[in-house]
Every structure is written in C-alpha cells, then in structure tokens.
Design a protein. Sequence first.
Length: 164
Amino acid sequence: MTLGAHTHMDEYRILSPSIVLDEAPAITPCFGENPAFKVFTISQSTFTPTDYSSLNYDLAVMPAQFNSYYTFSAAYSMQGPLGASLVQLYPELATNVALTGTQLPNAKQALYMGQYNSGNATWNPNPLPLGAPWNPVTPANWPIFACGIGKMAQLDFEDCVNSY
C-alpha cells in the first residue's frame, strides 16, 4: 500500500492488484473540500495498514474544529489489511449509477461521494484566488470517479467511462 496526497481529496487508486494508493485529504480547502486528515491503524505484526479514521473540519459549522468524521472499517463494513479491503470495495463502488441521475447510488457509493470532499457537498466555483473550480461527486459524473479508482491505463479508463 502506498500513501499519496496530491489530489487533496479523500480517494484511492488501485495501481495493480497488489498495490493500492490511498490519497489523504488536504488540510487546505483550496478545492472546496472540508479540511481533513487520516490517522492510520498499523498491524504490529506485519506493519501494514489495517484501518484508518478520518477527521474533518466542517467549515459550515461554527465554531469549527477537527472532529471524528468516519472510520473506514465501520463505514464500509470491511476488515483485514486496508489495501486488500480497498481492492474488495472497488466492485461495489463501480456498479452503475444512471447518468440521468434518476437512479440513486448504492449505500457505499453514497458514502464515497460524501467523503470525497470530506463532507462538503456544495458546488465550488472558485474558493480562493489561486483555487480551482471543483464540483462534488454526483450520480451524473460518477463514472469518471468510479473508473478512476481501478482503471489506470488511458484506454481502460475511457472504455470504463463509456460503458456507463
């Protein structure tokens, strides 16, 4: 398992069946997300991550402070090595959500969509002078995000998005 943080969002990528990249959310809200970070649980015997808790700073609530947001194993009902759990979660996230937006996402998709921006689901036209426009994950744009988790090659990604 590998840790990354470039996207500023709470997400992950399956680079290969045995390598998962977990993206930590950012503490800056430059893309409209709530500031957040993760605290990982590491196995003492294998030194591999087995779980994490996410803490977020809900900017819509004053006075704001970092609060417990969710714990991966409880939210997604997964146990065991975190990398393997994330690989196991992908097929449940990749199921079709209608592009018309009339079909509601399944429970795990809805969790992922809400957690992607660390709990901020509002449209973000341009949060800071140096910020960039960003929209929350919705059923309409879900194929881009779902396929981005497990399809790393360009043609595989395009085929996946077009299959929706």
